[in-house]
Design a binder for this molecule. Sequence first.
Ligand code: SAM
Length: 283
Amino acid sequence: MVAEWTDEGEACIRSVKKIYAAGSTRFQEYLIAELAGIGKALVLDGKVQSSLFDEHWYHEALVHPTLLSHPCPRRVLVIGGGEGATVREVLRHSCVEHVTMVDIDKELVELAKKHLPEWHQGAFDDERLELVLEDGRKFLSETSERFDAVILDLVDPMEGGPAALLYTLEFYKLVAGVLEPGGIVVTQASSPVLTPRVYATVRNTMASVFRIVRPYVTYVRSYNGLWGFVAASDAVDPAALRAADVDRLIRERIRGTLRFYDGATHEWMFTLPKPIRDSLERY
Ligand code: SAM
């Protein structure tokens, strides 16, 4: 069984049908297994990170609104994203010339290369990809490189977890420092329904660094419902893109067929339901 607990003491329990790999790296406990309802999945520290059932709902939602709202992102930084699916989506953009992916966990990336080919689909072999195996915060504080877009695909900011310091004011200032003028950053930001305070805190913290801050959502059954993201920039605004613009930009700039994201879906993601707007106001 995999049991995912909320702060309120609820649990979502899934039976494990088949185990491909299980153990601990230096940074986290992992399980790669077939789970009831969502199929093959990566679980870290007891939390489902993505599953074959709907990883595209998450990874396409994380990557494409941000990259399409930039005029032509050539250099992209991904922090986290060990499964390789985030860089897979970034590399579909014809503008992209270089992607740096920084993940803290070498062992986990090796496990993903071996056991999660459906996620990375060869992305780790793309010559535009540079893989750096170190802490994302350390990388940002030492690099002299600059990027058009930064994509933060990290585990949730739970106390003591390896990404706890990558949702802080100091961290977003480091991100702002590596963005080219006109650049944009996006982060996954937990559940606006199950952990509304965390979601609002990410939005508020980014708002003290960036001029334009846009919370948006998708649905991910593997994460038990709606899932939140926040995009931020001093120059470009993904919420200003209309459905027809998005459909045209997809045709012009993204290779292959998307399974989740299109113009109508973009407008839906940036139209937050009233209870979520209210809870963002409250915190
Ligand atoms: N889709 C996921 C979610 O919403 O829960 C995130 C998935 S991805 C597997 C998370 C990645 O963040 C992992 O590969 C982990 O190793 C990486 N990570 C955690 N802390 C990190 C840090 N300090 N620096 C870089 N990568 C980190």
